[in-house]
Design a binder for this molecule. Structure first.
Ligand code: TYM
Length: 326
């Protein structure tokens, strides 16, 4: 039986942080064992906010190195850059013409980004989710592993597939999101989602001493003020990280020791740091190797793009026929 197809994407912002990693990428690798997986570096999406053209290409390559180092090697999945497959923007245009403006204006991310970038509310920011829908539907993907912040976009993707199928005839499946066990990681401030733009992130390739420093100063359960106060792991962002990095018996022990004030936050963070580095050290080493072998990275992306172009061209043929262009 054919494997179900998975698609997901990440913006090349120059940094991949622990939120990206435990919310999505760690799952991406695990899923390659059982699914037909396609992963995309979405450079066109990254152009919707102010960016620096002179470092953009290097950011794309850095994202590729990091993703390959996380285990997304060519023999496991397809990895490619969005702009290398022009059918993404072609399909997005057709979706633009099918979607009421109100649907896009209601998107939480559009509202948030319009506030954050009040001097640059461009049309791309508004139609962003339709390019994302095109990314997913172009490959007829059925599952989309993402963090919680993307769920609304996947809902819109389903609605877009339905709208297209009702108007022109059945082409697209309606995909479901697939959340990890830790779909929302807060930043080191403990206030908002971890993100590059909020400068509250821990990068997965940052030097161990930086990671340790950021963890040691990160916000925990705000009610736990003194060392002797019992804490509540369920409201502690660091405990969420433990869930993703530490073995089950340690997670249980930490929860118990936190609730009974058996350990303080510092000890909890030091344990977490050790497990994080167990997992990240090999990734950091592999990423450093890949920096010395750019041809291998380029070849992986080219292989992915070629295979994706083949799939995308076939699906676009279907779309062109259904929409009356051909
Ligand atoms: P992006 O680049 O912001 O993030 C990539 C992935 O990381 C997840 N993520 C988080 N998960 C948990 N906690 C956090 N603090 C955190 N921050 C980020 C995101 O949910 C995402 O899964 N619009 C998408 C990119 C995209 C896409 C697609 C995704 C474009 N086309 C098609 C899926 C399918 C985005 O900006 O992700």
């Amino acid at each position: 039986m054919a494997r179900q197809r998975i698609f997901s994407g990440i913006q090349p912002t120059g940094i991949i942080h622990i939120g990206n990693y435990v919310g999505a990428i760690k799952n991406w690798k695990a899923l390659t064992d059982t699914y037909d997986c396609i992963y995309c570096i979405v450079d066109y999406h990254a152009m919707t906010i102010e960016y620096n053209p002179s470092s953009f290409f290097e950011n794309i390559m850095a994202a590729a190195r990091t993703l390959i180092a996380c285990g997304l090697e060519q023999d496991r999945c397809l990895l490619f850059v969005q702009s290398q497959v022009p059918e993404h923007t072609e399909l997005a245009w057709i979706f633009n013409c099918l979607t009421p403006l109100g649907d896009l204006e209601r998107m939480t991310q559009f509202k948030d980004k319009s506030r954050q970038h009040a001097d640059n509310i461009n049309a791309g920011l508004l139609t962003y989710p339709l390019l994302q829908a095109a990314d997913i539907l172009l490959y007829k993907a059925e599952l989309v592993p993402v963090g919680e912040d993307q769920v609304q976009h996947i809902e819109l993707t389903r609605r877009t597939a339905r709208r297209f199928n009702n108007r022109f005839g059945m082409v697209f499946p309606e995909p479901d999101e697939l959340l990890s066990i830790t779909p929302r990681i807060l930043g080191t401030d403990g206030q908002t989602k971890m993100s590059k733009s909020m400068n509250n992130y821990i990068g997965i390739l940052e030097p161990p001493e930086t990671i340790k420093q950021k963890l040691l100063t990160a916000a925990t359960d705000p009610q736990r003020i003194r060392r002797s106060d019992p804490g509540d792991p369920d409201v502690c962002n660091l405990f969420t990280m433990h869930k993703s990095f530490s073995p089950p018996e340690i997670i249980q022990q930490i929860a118990h020791d936190c609730r009974t004030a058996g350990i303080g936050c510092i000890q909890c963070k030091e344990t977490l740091f050790a497990y994080i580095m167990d997992e990240l050290s090999p990734i950091q080493q592999r990423a450093a190797e890949l920096e010395r072998t750019p041809d291998l990275v380029r070849a992986t992306l080219e292989y992915g793009a070629q295979r994706c172009r083949n799939i995308a061209q076939q699906v676009m043929e279907e779309v062109r026929k259904k929409t009356g262009i051909r």
